[in-house]
Design a protein around this ligand. Structure first.
Ligand code: SAH
Length: 460
């Protein structure tokens, strides 16, 4: 986008602007004299007063001062710390408006970046009850004016917002955070300081199996011992007998990565179990597992439906993680081959297949853009390909191999509409057509948009 480079904003001046869109992160977008400005906490259709707090060559960032004309979709956020907390971005919007926004984001991206005008995008499938939906939380722990803080980072900062209930976590997570906080106070546990690298407790992670009710509590520590840990175990179990696993995760590195590689089990076992559909999974502290298990089933069912399997197909599940989609597909395919770059995820995937007695699935470690061209050159082909890449989308080498391989269908699961649109453009220019697009709301109250796309080979 070309910007008028001469525009210089005055720091103290109040500017009026119309909000015309929202970014993926849920930030409002508008223009002042042709110059793009981003503002938190506003909605499309609103007219607002703002002050400019930052300016670069290509955009400016404003702070909301007043809403002159509110949107009809505006509601009061249910969380008292919504303005500060970096967790949710669109709590000031009705749930229906969020679903519409997510659908529209997908549609606009596919039209604008993908160059595909007559695409069918279905209404976003939302949650009946869009609260308490996360099965995992990772609270950073800090220290503020002599008090221990356990909460969430403020938007674009490492200040910790503590004190309120988080309504997208299950009740147990909130309560466990309180128990750990009071234990730390009583036991005099030193809190880790990012700046000096000193202190012990860094993060508290809680995971819950939604079907099994099993709970895991992980304390991430800068060391390998927690004094009086027996007291903590006792307190946690008194309140929550369903806790199956309490773990110390050792992370002594000065890094933003939350978990270290070493786990010490101080109560119960190293993992909890949960189900997606009829499949059972063992989840260890380091395992990736979808965080909204209810909508994951909706998403995978859609992917399975789009795969249109009869039982005779060879299917590739690329970017397969711990093999969840592969197991889903295995019910209706002859053979499924999952490919994933993280070796630990592949070990989990193999274990999960075994746990569920599934024998028609194989897993390979490596980059999809290397493994698939290699296999194709050896004559291995798929009838149907499912891809579920990270935010950056698929590598073009992979897409070009798929184009040569000519599967009947490609099912594309995406967490980023803009890279999805880029990849759909490539595939539609090379012999595939987009049949249908289904957005699924995996992260209510945030700007994240997930969708699944059915593409099929154009018959010549
Ligand atoms: N399909 C899985 C995971 C999707 S997340 C599920 O539904 O749970 C995307 C996955 O792609 C991650 O596990 C990441 O490790 C993996 N990944 C990233 N780049 C990759 C690449 N080039 N080749 C294969 N896998 C990759």
């Amino acid at each position: 986008m070309k910007q008028p480079s001469h525009k210089i904003f005055l720091q103290k001046k109040i500017y009026k602007m119309d909000i015309t869109g929202l970014t993926h992160e849920g930030q409002g977008v508008g223009k002042i004299e042709g110059f793009v400005v981003f503002v938190d906490g506003v909605l499309p259709g609103e007219n607002v007063d703002i002050k400019i707090v930052k300016q670069t060559k290509s955009y400016a960032v404003g702070r909301l001062v007043n809403i002159n004309k509110p949107s009809e979709n505006r509601i009061k956020p249910f969380c008292p710390v919504f303005d500060k907390c970096g967790g949710c971005a669109v709590q000031h919007m009705t749930y229906q408006a969020q679903l519409d926004f997510k659908k529209d984001t997908v549609l606009q991206n596919i039209r604008r970046i993908g160059g595909i005008q007559d695409v069918v995008v279905n209404d976003t499938i939302g949650m009946e009850n869009p609260y308490k939906y996360r099965n995992k939380v990772q609270y950073p722990v800090g220290w503020d004016n002599g008090e221990i803080t356990i909460g969430f980072y403020e938007t674009r900062s490492h200040n910790i917002i503590d004190g309120s209930l988080c309504d997208i976590q299950p009740d147990e997570s909130n309560k466990i955070r309180d128990i750990v906080r009071s234990f730390c106070k009583d036991a005099g546990i030193a809190i880790y300081d990012e700046k000096t690298g000193k202190g012990l407790l860094r993060h508290v992670m809680v995971r819950k199996g939604f079907r099994t009710n099993e709970i895991m509590v992980v304390l991430v520590i800068n060391g390998d011992k927690l004094l009086k840990s027996d007291d903590l175990v006792k307190k946690l179990l008194e309140e929550f007998p369903d806790i199956k696993s309490i773990i110390l995760n050792v992370n002594t590195k000065n890094t933003n990565i939350i978990l270290g590689n070493k786990n010490i089990c101080i109560y119960g076992q190293m993992y909890i179990t949960d189900f997606i559909g009829s499949f059972k999974f063992e989840i260890s502290p380091l395992s990736f597992f979808q965080v909204n298990p209810i909508q994951t089933e909706v998403l995978y069912e859609k992917a399975l439906e789009y795969a249109g399997l009869s039982g005779n197909e060879t299917v590739f599940d690329l970017y397969c993680g711990i093999g969840t989609i592969s197991l889903y597909l295995s019910q209706r395919a002859k053979r499924v081959i999952g490919v994933e770059v993280v070796p630990d995820a592949i070990s989990d995937a193999r274990r999960n297949a075994e746990l569920n007695g599934i024998t028609n699935v194989e897993f390979l470690v490596g980059e999809a853009e290397k493994v698939i061209p290699d296999m194709y050159s050896q004559g291995v082909k798929a009838d149907v390909v499912v891809v579920d890449p990270p935010r950056k989308g698929c590598d073009e080498v992979l897409l070009s191999t798929l184009v040569e391989m000519q599967p009947q269908r490609i099912v594309y699961v995406s967490c980023n509409p803009s890279t999805l649109a880029r990849d759909l453009k490539y595939l539609t220019e090379h012999g595939f057509e987009v049949k249908e697009v289904q957005p699924v709301d995996m992260f209510p109250w945030t700007g994240h948009v997930e969708c699944v796309v059915l593409m099929s080979r154009v018959e010549k």
